[in-house]
Design a protein around this ligand. Structure first.
Ligand SMILES: [Zn+2]
Length: 334
């Protein structure tokens, strides 16, 4: 551990010449304002009250206090506290999304230092995606406003979201965060490597939930295409179809009937690649979306409402598929 007599690496962003305390995280010093920290955090208040610096613990004229956080996490937290660049949570259209790592650092440290309002805002930001409301989930699938940067391909940060939900007792975020973890497959055992070098792992209990839950979700995803069909067809020729004539009787080659047959043969040939992502739509799978796009709007609407109904049931079942009991989760509609 560095002492006040040694040369300290000064943080380039948080070194205010008139600062009143030097926080030291991983040998990087942050000269900031004691009064601003104590006004928001009872933990900092106690910490500064306990440390009665003698001459040896003074650096650059200020008390010198070690914290156990990484310098990167502390920097994210201080940015949110002092927002000297721009406010973290107030975003207007076109502003870049908040990096998820930054958001999780702010939430973890806001919890640790008991900065209630900052924690509330960070959680609200995470809940623009990790929600207990199906309508919000659906909106985000249609390009809805998620406040932070996310990855469809490899959402390893979901491990950090699960751990934060556990830490802050925000259980309503757990089902979707574990759902994302399930999509990581075997890579989940390697945990999530943060930029500060820390690797976060799930608890053994949550890892077990993901292993069992992955199987349960994959079974749902595999059986779901059958619910899109009624009998042998997806949509019977009805009055509402805008492409009623089959190709044999002079219908356009790109008719709904042809598109249905194509989707069906693709599904039979294993094009259903939802994996554990049972809540995602078949219509957005790239290999299928081209065939779906050839169907008329009326038939697509029928399929969409059938898939929506299926997702509603699955949404209600999500906690039990992941062996969770979530008090404020909507009950399955059966
Ligand atoms: Zn049609």
């Amino acid at each position: 551990m560095i002492t006040p007599n040694e040369e300290l690496e000064r943080d380039d962003e948080f070194w205010f010449e008139d600062g009143s305390v030097v926080l030291v995280a991983s040998n990087v010093g942050f000269k900031v304002y004691k009064g601003l920290l104590t006004a928001h955090s009872p933990i900092f208040c106690d910490m500064f009250a306990r440390s009665q610096p003698d001459d040896k613990e003074i650096y650059d004229g200020c008390p010198f206090v070690h914290v156990s956080d990484s310098s990167q996490s502390l920097k994210h937290f201080l940015r949110a506290m002092f927002h000297n660049v721009k406010p973290l949570f107030y975003r207007v259209e076109g502003d870049p999304k908040i990096p998820i790592e930054e958001l999780l650092s702010v939430a973890r440290l806001a919890h640790k230092y008991d900065v209630g309002e900052l924690l509330r805002q960070a959680i609200a930001c995470l809940q623009t995606y990790y929600t207990n409301k199906l309508a919000i989930w659906r909106a985000r699938n249609q390009g809805g406003n998620v406040a932070f940067e996310m990855s469809y391909e490899f959402p390893a940060y979901a491990i950090g979201v699960v751990n934060l939900a556990r830490l802050t007792e925000t259980s309503s975020m757990l089902p979707l965060a574990l759902y994302d973890c399930c999509s990581l497959g075997g890579r989940i055992v390697h945990g999530w490597a943060r930029q500060d070098g820390t690797v976060e792992h799930l608890s053994v209990e949550d890892l077990e939930r993901c292993i069992d839950g992955s199987l349960a979700l994959a079974i749902r995803a595999l059986s779901s295409p059958f619910n899109l069909f009624v009998g042998r067809k997806m949509v019977e020729k009805t009055e509402s179809c805008l492409n009623t004539k089959s190709v044999l009787f002079g219908g356009a080659p790109g008719s709904c009937e042809g598109a249905q047959a194509k989707v069906k043969s693709q599904l039979n040939n294993g094009a259903c690649v939802l994996g554990t992502r049972a809540l995602h739509s078949h219509m957005t799978i790239p290999s299928l979306s081209q065939s779906f796009s050839k169907m008329c709007s009326s038939c697509l609407l029928i399929l969409q409402s059938r898939e929506d109904a299926m997702h509603e049931v699955l949404w209600g079942d999500l906690p039990s598929l992941l062996n969770l009991s979530i008090p404020d989760w909507p009950t399955p509609s059966k």
